[in-house]
Write a protein that binds this ligand. Sequence first.
Ligand code: AMP
Length: 479
Amino acid sequence: MMISSEEESVFDKLHEECGVFALYGHPEAANLVYLGLYALQHRGQESAGIASSDGRKIHSLRNMGHVADIFTPDVLNQLPGELAIGHTRYSTAGETSLKNAQPLSVACNKGQVAVAHNGNLTNAIELRRELEEDGSIFQSTSDTEVILHLVARSRERTLSGALRDALLQIEGAFSLVFLAQDRIIVARDPHGFRPLAMGRLELPDGREATVFASETCAFDLIGATYVNDVEPGEMVIVGPEGTTRERYTPPQVRAHCVFEHVYFSRPDSIVFGKPVAQSREMMGRLLAREHPADADVVVPVPDSGVASAIGYAAESGIPYRQALIRNHYVGRTFIEPSQAIRDFGVKLKLNPVRHLLEGRRVVLVDDSIVRGTTSRKIVRMVRNAGAREVHLRISGPPTVSPCYYGVDTPSQRELIAANNTVEEIRQFVEADSLAYLSLESLSKAVDDANDNFCYACYTGRYPTLVQIGEIVMAKTGCC
Ligand code: AMP
């Protein structure tokens, strides 16, 4: 089933990768949210924003670019108060503009409210159409704005009541953090697609601040302790009267995004209660068992392949070598040479260590092949640096279906594995051999004995109905 650009046009983005952070009860709330976002920068590099409350008024600042460039001391001084939320956003397709940057805020009959969202709503098109027919005027093309309209229009009198009302109408993936004048409210969708961790931070005066983040690496930076996850279908309210945790809807079949463990989250985070580095290393070990290679060195594609390459090397006994060096300072814009230089883009990011590769049979480990174009350039780079053989090993199954729950994947027609056999992909990327981790091993690596993860990008079986324009895809086996 193909999705035309026309069908995608109501919202700019169907796939939006983001990080969220929230904090209640610290005199330097905006400063700490800034640090939290800094640690979550890998989840979105296009825009960032912070909204804080001084108890009477919400102050908000959003801009395009990286967290550290946007939030200078002067900017942070404009965000007073003891409670704040923040967001980093990344999008590739469609319009990328400031009006879609988050937190989004409104003033309505429930007071001022700001929201930051990680995930994608799968019924946003239908809800937006209904709201527009009823007279709502939208400022952005982001699905998150639908939530604010639902809150504003709710007949419930309190903000938490209106939020509950809104949460019961939206479907898909959402880890949400809301800021009101005197409280933080967070919520997670009933399937638990995207992560949302809760932590606490002790203040020097003995008080305790409460924090929430997409990933626990954000807690580490500010010295907060990870307590547990916001549960799927749970809403947590932190305000002057303390903290309340409640289920706003009964739990449903769990569908934690397995790609958070494969690629998206930082390895130093605990996601869905499990250390990411641990599951990635296990993916590498199982990959080595399933698909051994007669080779001299194991080389990761940095940074995504590092932890699984360590696992592959440990399991196979083949030495691990960092033979591709990544330049971490490549910005979004750079001056390109006026004359075409072959594979310029990938050379900006990666450079081979020739003496580690020359004459060697190399196992190259990465987490995924999406379109195949970058992988081909990297295989060529390794071969041009003198490798005798290049055996590509992928620490997840073939990516055959787009994600509708918040990971940026191209349409199915652009996914090389959706349209080619493994042998055809091997030929395209010009590797001597190519093998992927099996679904069973991936599930084992993330300890998914109870079937709590979503594998839709690898199987095309979506755990919820997915609505794209007029097309409603079935719960399983669509596309
Ligand atoms: P390609 O060979 O062009 O398909 O690109 C493969 C590379 O893209 C791998 O190194 C992956 O780590 C990386 N990758 C996979 N998924 C994503 C994603 N959602 N966003 C950005 N990069 C990704």
